[in-house]
Design a protein around this ligand. Structure first.
Ligand code: ADP
Ligand code: ZN
Length: 722
């Protein structure tokens, strides 16, 4: 046999298909080792044939075959072609998306449990060999775990028994199953009329993509789970994506309870071994539901019956490293290939997706009410300008203080949200205006009180807190802006007996960091949870009746066309954590611009009003989805290398512009807003295009302009223009 192989080398020059001879046992999708340019490299078999396509004497044999079952599912070759063509990456790089990284380069191995079983029950044993006789007798009633068996009868007796042919040892692949011990049964709830109607609509509608727009607490999760159960009943599999899986332990528990071993969890918080085993459980067909963040869209499942993307508006669904794919686009392709539905769900859909739904390109399900018609929490706007005028310089408005006091007095819980970790945003010298900045990145450093140090939130570098200003020697260093640490410190002063938990990138360390904090709060081991956007995700804490949003308008002032949308989404999501059970919830929204229209829509839970206004503005100003924002980033260690590549990218695209002037709404080259990141300088060619017609050419330009010293890459509608 002969096989066509893609070698696992991320370089465009070897992005070709190579041919090798192979024995039986090699299948399409197998991982193999092959001789390549004087060494042995890993590769993937993408095709087999009985005859060679060129001179047999030049064809070398495959050196080694991994795994009993081919690791890659057939569907992935089609996706590989698409991804490598669409995003201009070598095919090997596209294929890597389909495998757990620890599988490549053999960094993790299977673990086995050894068992012992009877081989020949009739062997002759001497009367004195009492232990061996007893051991053989026990094996007649069934196989035993080997190490326990040895402990019971002694290693030498068991060894002798095996030696004489009475018993033999065998091994079974064992799964390192994550989050064990939470598998009590769950009663399936009775669906509400709205939930049943939603499911019927999804079953009956001809669209491939369905958008569920349901307010927070409208019972979307239950719709997903019921749909997955249906799909499994029909013998098919499912992919269920959530924005950040480690932030949703409750969701995991629900899924585990409902689907037991059929659910496999793919997330970065697992150990390498666990990830590897969960992946194989899916590949072997033992598990049928892949649950995970963005990368789980590449789960090795066949015969997929449903793909669900919860919180579909979340920016984490766009990859920020090459290939910069859109998860929803990949999901659409997989849904088409498998002939199944793609279900997008959100309380605040991305405006482009809601537009597609209103245009009939997607099916649309609206769930305007919470389960059991529970009211959405009442929102109170606190005007922070007035607070400052009254002399209140604390991070809390008087309204929030009063609400906190009454919530705590009633024995309920509160969540305080602000989007900044650390103690203070910046350290400023009041004498000369010096601001502490990172050496590797062009950003200001954040003061962390618990470690008394300055940290860069972009590269993680830590700096000693200077006793005086390094510029002028002045001793008046002021902390500007409030972070989570400072909020906790201030809360402790205001409410000395309240138990407070903090959740942000600094407190959630280790494998179960998120889980520990969230379950402690869920068990009411604390009264107040302070955190960054980590706490905004779909948590369901019944005792939370108050949510405080400290800086509701912070994201409004980003120079990004989506900042209004992001602000609306964030406020709605965070507010949705309040009043989910019996008691009515409240939200205090602190802002310096209370008249802002985005806040007005958010306070009234008026998604449609927000959407109509937003889409009108986007159309009038030619912004996505009515245009495409495209950025070619150029980064390098040295300024000259970057500028040289920037120039060639700019001139090449300018050539395109001269031949198609109507396609360009905006076109310029400049420093990126963050001029330096992790030691690399950053420049960009920024453009706004009427369509994606020229995108393939722009990708070509970026690929062909990159040099060994400077990297150029394309971003489409980037979530973050920093
Ligand atoms: P969403 O995902 O839309 O924010 P959830 O699925 O978390 O909403 O549901 C909100 C709450 O309602 C949860 O506590 C959930 O257990 C409960 N719930 C959902 N469906 C039902 C139902 N059919 N009957 C009773 N309670 C339900
Ligand atoms: Zn840095």
């Amino acid at each position: 046999m002969y096989c066509r192989v893609i070698v696992d080398i991320a370089h465009s020059q070897v992005d070709k298909i190579f041919e090798y001879s192979c024995a039986d046992g090699v299948e399409v999708g197998s991982r193999v080792n092959v001789p390549f340019g004087g060494r042995v490299v890993e590769g993937f078999v993408i095709g087999l044939s009985a005859t060679p396509s060129f001179d047999v004497s030049k064809i070398k044999p495959v050196a080694q075959v991994y795994d009993e079952q081919p690791a890659l599912v057939p569907e992935c070759f089609r996706l590989m072609e698409h991804i490598s063509r669409r995003y201009r990456v070598p095919r090997a790089v596209a294929l890597r998306l389909f495998l757990p990284s620890e599988m490549r380069l053999g960094r993790v191995n299977e673990v086995y449990t050894k068992y012992i079983r009877i081989d020949d029950p009739n062997i002759i044993l001497g009367k004195a060999a009492k232990k061996q006789i007893a051991a053989l007798a026990e094996l007649t009633s069934g196989d035993c775990e080997y190490s326990q068996f040895c402990q019971k009868y002694g290693r030498s007796a068991v060894g002798a028994l095996i030696e004489k042919g009475g018993a033999q040892v065998y091994k079974v692949r064992r799964s390192r199953t994550p989050l064990p011990g939470e598998e009590e049964d769950s009663e399936p709830v009775e669906l509400s009329p709205a939930q049943s109607a939603a499911l019927r609509h999804i079953e009956d509608s001809p669209a491939t993509v369905e958008l569920i727009h349901g307010v927070t607490g409208s019972g979307k999760t239950e719709i997903y789970l019921s749909y997955i159960a249906e799909v499994l009943k029909r013998g098919r599999t499912a992919i269920f994506l959530v924005p950040e899986i480690s932030l949703t332990p409750q969701m995991l528990r629900q899924l585990r309870k409902r689907f037991k071993g059929s659910a496999a969890i793919m997330h970065s918080g697992l150990s390498a071994g666990e990830r590897f085993d969960e992946w194989w459980r899916l590949r072997s067909g033992e598990a049928k539901i892949a649950i995970g963040a963005r990368s789980a869209i590449f789960a090795p499942l066949e015969n997929i019956g449903a793909i669900i993307i919860d919180e579909e508006h979340d920016p984490s669904y766009c990859s920020e490293t090459a290939p910069r794919y859109s998860t929803i686009d990949i999901a659409k392709l997989r849904a088409q290939y498998n002939g199944c539905k793609l279900i997008l769900g959100s309380a605040t859909p991305a405006v482009e997706d809601y537009l597609s739904a209103t245009q009939g390109k997607y099916g649309l399900v609206e769930l305007p009410d919470r389960i059991n018609k529970k009211p959405l929490p009442e929102m109170i706007i606190a005007d922070m300008r007035r607070e400052v005028r009254r002399g209140n310089n604390s991070p809390f408005s008087s309204a929030l203080r009063e609400e906190l006091a009454s919530t705590l007095a009633a024995g309920n819980q509160a969540i305080i949200f602000l989007n900044r970790r650390g103690y203070a945003k910046t350290v400023i010298c009041q004498d000369c205006g010096y601001v502490a900045k990172c050496d590797n990145c062009d950003v200001s450093l954040v003061y962390h009180s618990d470690e008394n140090c300055l940290k860069c939130h972009y590269c993680g570098a830590k700096y000693r807190m200077p006793p005086a200003c390094p510029e002028c020697g002045g001793r008046h260093l002021r902390y500007g802006g409030t972070g989570t640490q400072r909020v906790v410190a201030d809360l402790k002063e205001l409410f000395p007996v309240a138990r407070i938990l903090r959740m942000d990138n600094d407190t959630v360390t280790g494998k179960d960091g998120h889980y520990k904090i969230l379950s402690a709060f869920g068990n009411h081991e604390a009264d107040i949870l302070v955190g960054t956007q980590m706490i905004a995700k779909g948590h369901d804490f019944p005792a939370v009746t108050l949510v405080g949003i400290l800086d509701a308008d912070m994201s409004l002032h980003f120079s990004d066309y989506r900042s209004g949308e992001r602000t609306f989404q964030l406020i709605t999501q965070v507010a949705g954590r309040s009043g989910r059970a019996d008691e009515k919830g409240r939200v205090v929204l602190q802002t310096y611009s209370p008249e802002n229209y985005i806040l007005r829509y958010a306070v009234n839970y008026d998604y449609k009003g927000f959407f109509e206004n937003e889409i009108r503005v986007r159309k009038a100003t030619s912004f996505p989805p009515y245009a495409l924002i495209c950025r070619v980033m150029v980064t390098a260690e040295r300024d000259e290398s970057a500028l040289e590549v920037l120039k060639s990218v700019y001139f090449a695209i300018d050539g395109l512009r001269r031949s198609c002037p109507d396609e360009f709404i905006f076109f310029n080259k400049m420093h990126s807003p963050i001029k330096k990141l992790q030691g690399r300088v950053r420049y960009q060619v920024l453009m706004r295009l009427r369509s994606d017609r020229l995108l393939p050419d722009i990708y070509d330009i970026a690929v062909s302009s990159s040099t060994s010293a400077a990297l150029a890459y394309v971003e489409e509608n980037p979530a973050n223009l920093s």
